[in-house]
Write a protein that binds this ligand. Structure first.
Ligand code: GRF
Length: 216
């Protein structure tokens, strides 16, 4: 069975969505370990609540931090690494080592609004649609080949948190589905594009007023 290694820095609601999807059988995989650069991350508490190995790896020294991640992932025989609200930039060396087995979620429609506040940047820009993106990480931040995207409306009276909440609900669908497609071996990276082989669909759980990319 595929073992997932999750990198998380914050509250871990994306991690929880992955744990729940593994538990329900939506994904034929298990979360083997959660690694955080933030010892207070609630994501670590969520891991502990589910008897998942929870590791704090200080990020003071980037090379040491990534060596600890690598060692931990090898210890758990991790087959897919997932950035689930992980706020560090991974080194090109680490990304090259994991390219094609390292997935990230970003709370905006890449390539727009990269960086640490995709929701706020989109709102301040005045966009009418925003959303979220899953992609394979490559050596540039928020740049790798896109797996899935979904778009949500931005309302005139939205606060940043209103928009972030609306996007987060969709993140909790898109990241587990991206992992599921990886586990089914249905993702083919062809240059900048990710071809998704035909197969089952999760559209039966589509949320109202959300536009999902093919493959969801
Ligand atoms: C999510 O919007 C994620 O995309 C961003 O941080 C937010 C919280 O994620 N990086 P989580 O609740 O820690 O999974």
């Amino acid at each position: 069975m595929l073992t997932i290694g999750v990198l998380a820095s914050g509250t871990g609601t994306n991690l929880q969505a992955i744990i729940d999807a593994c538990g329900s059988g939506d994904i034929n995989a298990r979360v083997g370990v959660v690694v955080s650069d933030n010892e207070d991350a609630y994501a670590l508490e969520r891991a502990r609540q589910h008897d998942i190995d929870a590791r704090f790896c200080s990020a003071c020294d980037k090379r040491q931090h990534e060596e600890m991640i690598q060692q931990t992932f090898e210890e758990h025989d991790v087959g897919l690494a997932v950035g689930a609200g992980y706020m560090r930039i991974l080194s090109p060396r680490f990304v090259r080592q994991w390219y094609g087995r390292l997935i990230n979620i970003h709370p905006a429609l890449l390539p727009s609004f990269k960086g640490t506040d995709g929701q706020g940047d989109a709102l301040r820009y005045g966009v009418k649609l925003s959303g979220c993106t899953t992609h394979f990480m490559d050596e540039r931040a928020d740049h790798g080949p896109i797996i899935l995207q979904a778009a949500v409306r931005v309302h005139d009276d939205d606060s940043r948190d209103d928009l972030a909440r609306r996007i987060l609900r969709v993140e909790h669908q898109l990241l587990p589905r991206s992992i599921d497609l990886f586990e089914q071996n249905r993702l083919n990276i062809e240059g900048r594009r990710v071809h998704i082989k035909p197969g089952d669909s999760w559209m039966d759980r589509a949320l109202p007023d959300v536009l999902y990319a093919d493959g969801f």
